[in-house]
Every structure is written in C-alpha cells, then in structure tokens.
Design a binder for this molecule. Structure first.
Ligand code: NI
Length: 135
C-alpha cells in the first residue's frame, strides 16, 4: 500500500453538501475514499482522451451468430487487433445469440480504432468500452 498524503480542499458550501450526499448515496465510507475514486476515474478518462497512454479495458458484444457473417467478422477483427487483445470470453446465450466480453490492453488511440471498427460491424451490438489505467 502506498503511503498516504494529505491535502486540504476548499469548496463552496453547497457543493460540499451535494458531494457529501453523493458520497453517502454511493456507499463510500468517507470523503477521502470517494475523492480517490473520482481522481482515478478522471485520470483514466484523460488517458483515454489523450490517446497516447496505455489503457486496460473491456467491451461486450452481442450478436446473432446465424446473422450474416457476424461471427466470422468478429473473429477476424480480433485477429487484426491481436496485439491489443488479452482474452475474450464467449457465451452462447441462447440458440441464436452470442455474448462476448473482450479484454484489451494497449495504446488508447489503437484501442479507439478497434472500438470504432467493432461498432461498425453490421448485426453486432457493442457496449461502450470500460477503460482503466494502472494507478
Ligand atoms: Ni455463441
């Protein structure tokens, strides 16, 4: 565990009230824990927007494997971006539908390109990626 550093923050009173209410609603134990989570999330989002940093993430897909070439296209795309993809988990949700969760790690700009091409596949629904960075 890293050594903790303390700092003080000045906020307008109404904003602090809203923050405390949010901290309570979200189930954080205290303001510090909530602020640590917000800072980590902010840094991850900045790394994603920046494009140059390395990120980890997941994206989930659903598709009908009988529909057109969807299964083949998804596999082909994952091979094209094999340098990013750590693993994928495929679940045969029912007779027609497949659910797939893809875990990736790489430069944000390349991940964005993977997500862009994935979103462009016909007959495939993909989630927004969930991105994180090593703190
Ligand atoms: Ni399947």
């Amino acid at each position: 565990m890293d050594k903790l550093a303390r700092f003080s923050v000045s906020l307008p009173a109404p904003l602090l009230e809203k923050f405390d209410s949010w901290v309570d609603t979200r189930g954080f134990r205290n303001r510090s824990e909530a602020l640590r989570e917000l800072i980590r999330r902010f840094i991850s989002e900045s790394c994603w927007e920046d494009g140059e940093k390395t990120v980890f993430g997941t994206v989930t897909l659903t598709y009908d494997h009988h529909s057109g070439d969807s299964a083949r296209e998804i596999t082909s795309l994952q091979h094209d971006f094999g340098d990013l993809i750590i693993c994928s988990t495929h679940i045969h949700a029912d007779h027609h539908h497949c659910f797939e969760s893809v875990v990736f790690h790489g430069k944000a700009s390349r991940v964005k390109e993977f997500i862009r091409q994935l979103s462009g596949l016909r007959d495939v629904s993909s989630s927004d990626p969930v991105i994180t960075t090593i703190p």
